[in-house]
Design a protein around this ligand. Structure first.
Ligand SMILES: Cc1ncc(COP(=O)(O)O)c(C=O)c1O
Length: 407
């Protein structure tokens, strides 16, 4: 498998799927894998959900694309629904998470520009962050391995240790425009910013006239049991980026902002060819039809607890394998004592899929409509895999001295 025609940028597994059904992915030979990676938190309603398929196919027969030179009714509808159900008043649709972040960064800088403070362009970010792979978002994420070889980093990002509120306070200067943070770091290893820290960030922003910008690309759209993860802290940001789940597998993202924060985004200052196109909007609206159904998010929280409790029991049973279980809702992480890749390989042997992350973590990000039976099935497979690795040789399974845990 693999093709020399493709960029060599991914370490792909020699595994391909032909179709999907709910929480399952199926290979051409009919082997079924329980999918707790869900396209890395994308397939929020599993694979081939009939409501999403109907929305996409219905739209495909009517109209694929028109430019943003014209009214797009599906965009207005989705924008208004997002505004009604979140802190936001204004929405800009994009094709990806990184583009939603680009829009968020531009919105924050423009806000200060139109307020007459052109100097305020700096944004405080956090170690371990991941905001995407464009030039601005790799600078925001600040990870050397993603910046190396791509020329001077985009200027204007000041990084502090994750969760260090004193360092945030010290990093604020007259040039600071905003603070940008993931309420739960995904790639960073399912690291949740404490609710007290979220509130502290809000307070610091208010005190210093900064905008609070949240990257909810992975944590948003129901993943933690709230529509957006910041709701747990009882605070509201000024700007937030979402993507992944809002398209349920169709590529799309959105930048959400309050009326005030969006005030610099006037005609002509930003744009996109594909963002908010009718196909994406049809699917986005269909995703919200289900996520916003009465009781859906409560179910996510309940199933998250079921999975987390089961994982905690496995952590007790396999103390040499599991360091810690972390996360919220259906955004959970197993921090491993052994190399996470070894456990991930053993899980794949059990036909169970999950995603690696930093800090030697394996991420469990199942579809949000996963069933209780599937959660129990997952726990059974994880247990079997853990049993299998305990019989492996120590050099193979333990992290080498000094080995970076980042996946
Ligand atoms: C928190 C976060 N922000 C931004 C991104 C970038 O999104 P995309 O890959 O759609 O550009 C990701 C993707 O993994 C993410 O997890």
């Amino acid at each position: 498998m693999g093709s020399p025609a493709l960029y060599d940028t991914y370490a792909r597994l020699p595994l391909a799927f032909e179709r999907g059904e709910g929480s399952w992915l199926i290979t051409a030979d009919g082997t079924r894998y329980l999918d707790f990676a869900a396209g890395i938190a994308v397939n929020v309603l599993g694979h081939a959900h009939p409501h999403l398929v109907a929305a996409l196919v219905g739209q495909a027969g009517r109209l694929w694309h028109v430019s943003n030179l014209y009214e797009i009714p599906g965009q207005q509808k989705l924008g208004e629904r997002l505004a009604q159900n979140t802190f936001a008043d204004r929405v800009f649709f994009t094709n990806s998470g990184a583009e939603a972040l680009e829009c968020a960064i531009k919105t924050a800088r423009r806000y200060h520009f139109v307020n007459g403070a052109e100097n305020r362009i700096r944004i405080i970010t956090f170690e371990g962050a991941f905001h995407g792979r464009t030039l601005a978002t790799i600078a925001a994420g600040g990870q050397k391995k993603y910046l190396e070889g791509f020329g001077p980093a985009v200027e204007g990002f000041d990084q502090v240790p994750f969760g260090d509120m004193e360092a945030v306070e010290k990093a604020i200067t007259p040039d600071t425009a905003a603070i940008l943070v993931e309420p739960v770091q995904g790639e960073g290893g399912i690291r949740r910013l404490s609710l007290a820290s979220m509130r502290k960030l809000r307070e610091l922003c208010d005190r210093h006239g900064l905008l609070l910008v949240l990257d909810e690309v992975q944590s948003g759209v129901g993943r933690t049991g709230k529509l957006l993860a910041h709701e747990w802290a009882g605070i509201e940001p000024d700007i937030a980026a979402i993507a992944k789940g809002i398209g349920g597998g169709f590529p799309m993202g959105a930048c959400l902002a309050t009326e005030e924060a969006a005030k610099g985004m006037t005609p002509g200052v930003h744009g996109t060819t594909f963002g908010g196109n009718p196909m994406a909007m049809a699917v986005g609206n269909a995703v919200l039809d289900i996520i916003l159904e009465e009781g859906f998010l409560e179910e996510v929280a309940r199933k998250g607890l079921l999975l987390k409790q089961g994982l905690a029991a496995l952590a007790d049973e396999f103390p040499d394998i599991v360091e810690e279980i972390r996360g919220e809702g259906l955004m959970l992480g197993i921090r491993c004592k052994i190399r996470n890749a070894v456990l991930q390989g053993a899980l794949r042997e059990e036909k169970f899929l999950c995603a690696p992350a930093g800090e030697n973590v394996l991420r469990l990000l199942p579809p949000l409509n996963v069933s209780d039976d599937e959660v129990n099935e997952a726990l059974g497979r994880i247990r079997t895999a853990m049993q299998a690795v305990t019989t492996g040789s120590a050099e193979e399974i333990l992290p080498a001295a000094g080995e970076k845990s980042q996946a």
